[in-house]
Design a protein around this ligand. Structure first.
Ligand code: PHE
Length: 456
């Protein structure tokens, strides 16, 4: 172990700081970019129903479990398992998580880079008077350019590294506290315009009226993957942030609050996007470009559109940044604590690896590597599917089994009640979810997709 003693660790200052940082990790492109396009690709309302069920029955128990592990061990995502169960293979969960962090950052950094391009275009008034078709064209041309998206991606990775170098308290906490509430306000403004467009009702129907005939095993797996991805679960981010949480904090209620905030933002993003998608005749399953085409279009239909578009993309970039910070922090905490190298070195080296992997991702998205396929997917698609839909739920499965059966109920209870500070009336219910509902739920989704069991 790297000789880290609990009291030497950096920690979050206030209760709001913890929630803000965890929510900052959770709320990001997953809510505003990925959620709408997953809903669009997976048939609308029925996807949403499964998503919500998974957040409540699986997401909240997994998040609480990760907080428990991190705060109890006061260590990184791998060190925590080694500390709690030395000499046992549980630390492999952490290794899987670090792997997932690299993969996610690779494609996530690419999309985060797009937000910078869109800020740049917003400043230049580069969306003015453009039709949905022209905006789609603009998006496609940009993302398949051999250099432009790569440059923005490099800038974004450098920004992330800069904040992570500044440390937990000065870096992460400060930024999230102010800017997340502002993002919520701007989404509300978008919603007002979107739902008052002629034909908006179709979009609301698409989002909220489930058509269960659209449900297949792969739709269910996507909903589960999206729940994990959006809540930053299954890979050690929340373990790592948990290790910075003050001993007095109520972990269960923090998990619930973060999950509610994250889910609310995703749904609101959907309410902003889909009415406009239908009103403008945009294809809801057009994929990654959905938000980047729709949002500038909505703002064009309102006074002050120039200004709002600009603010929106700035806030989206910030939301992405607070998420990439948490991805990088998982990796840096691991390398700096376990290998006794400085945070600076750990940040530098891991950023370089992310950069290489990330550029490959970007170039596979319509660029020079577009035709290169593995298992029928390009590099981007492969990393996105493997991390979000496979590694995160699998990590979550082992995490709840660990907390439910291996960690020891005394330790778990100590964390849940903060050494007896809270009564913990809901602990039996929570432990039932952790021990049985969450693992069985995840296992069923996997079995279903493998085809051993077929519900869908
Ligand atoms: N939850 C983040 C988002 O929604 C993405 C993320 C996934 C961050 C996993 C950290 C870990 O944008």
């Amino acid at each position: 172990m790297a000789g880290i003693t609990p009291n030497k660790r950096d920690s979050f200052g206030s209760k709001f700081g913890v929630i803000a940082a965890a929510a900052g990790s959770a709320v990001g492109l997953g809510n505003i970019w990925k959620f709408p396009y997953e809903v669009g690709n997976n048939g609308g309302g029925a996807f949403l129903v499964f998503y919500l069920i998974f957040v409540i029955l699986i997401g909240i128990p997994v998040m609480t479990s990760e907080f428990i592990i991190g705060r109890n061990a006061q260590r990184n995502a791998i060190g925590s398992f080694k500390f709690i169960k030395p000499g046992k293979p549980w630390f492999l969960i952490g290794i899987m998580g670090i792997g997932a962090a690299f993969m996610i950052f690779a494609f996530y950094g690419s999309v985060a880079g797009w937000t910078l391009e869109y800020i740049f275009q917003a400043v230049k008034n580069g969306f003015a008077e453009k039709s949905p078709a022209e905006l789609t064209d603009q998006f496609d041309t940009f993302v398949s350019h051999p250099l432009r998206p790569v440059i923005w991606q490099v800038i974004f990775i450098a920004l992330t590294a800069g904040v992570v170098l500044a440390g937990v308290k000065n870096g992460i906490e400060k930024y999230t506290k102010i800017l997340m509430p502002l993002l919520l306000v701007i989404i509300l403004i978008l919603i007002i315009r979107s739902v008052t467009l002629p034909g908006a009702g179709e979009g609301l129907k698409f989002l909220f009226k489930p058509d269960f005939s659209k449900i297949t095993g792969s739709v269910i797996l996507s909903a589960l993957g999206q729940a994990f991805f959006s809540l930053s679960l299954g890979m050690g981010t929340i373990i790592t942030y948990g290790s910075y949480i003050n001993k007095k904090n109520n972990l269960g209620s923090t998990a619930i609050q973060v999950s509610i905030a994250d889910t609310l933002i995703a749904i609101l993003a959907g309410v902003a996007i889909f009415p406009a998608v239908f009103a403008f005749g945009i294809n809801p399953s057009q994929g990654e470009g959905l938000v980047f085409v729709t949002i500038p279009n909505i703002f064009q239909q309102m006074p002050g559109g120039y200004f709002f578009t600009l603010i929106f993309f700035i806030l989206l970039a910030v939301a992405a940044l607070t998420s990439t910070i948490s991805l990088l922090e998982v990796i840096v905490a691991y390398f700096s604590e376990e290998y006794k190298i400085s945070r600076k070195k750990a940040t530098l080296y891991s950023s370089l690896i992310i950069l290489v992997l990330g550029v490959l991702c970007t170039l596979s998205n319509g660029g020079v590597l577009a035709e290169f396929k593995i298992f029928g997917r390009n590099i981007w698609g492969l990393l996105e599917f493997t991390s979000a839909d496979i590694l995160l739920p699998l990590g979550g499965l082992f995490i709840v089994i660990f907390v439910g059966f291996a960690m020891g109920s005394k330790r778990v209870k100590e964390e849940l009640t903060s050494q007896g500070t809270f009564k913990g009336k809901l602990i039996p219910l929570l432990m039932f979810l952790v021990r049985f509902i969450a693992p069985i739920g995840i296992a069923l989704v996997f079995l279903n997709i493998i085809g051993l069991l077929n519900f869908g």
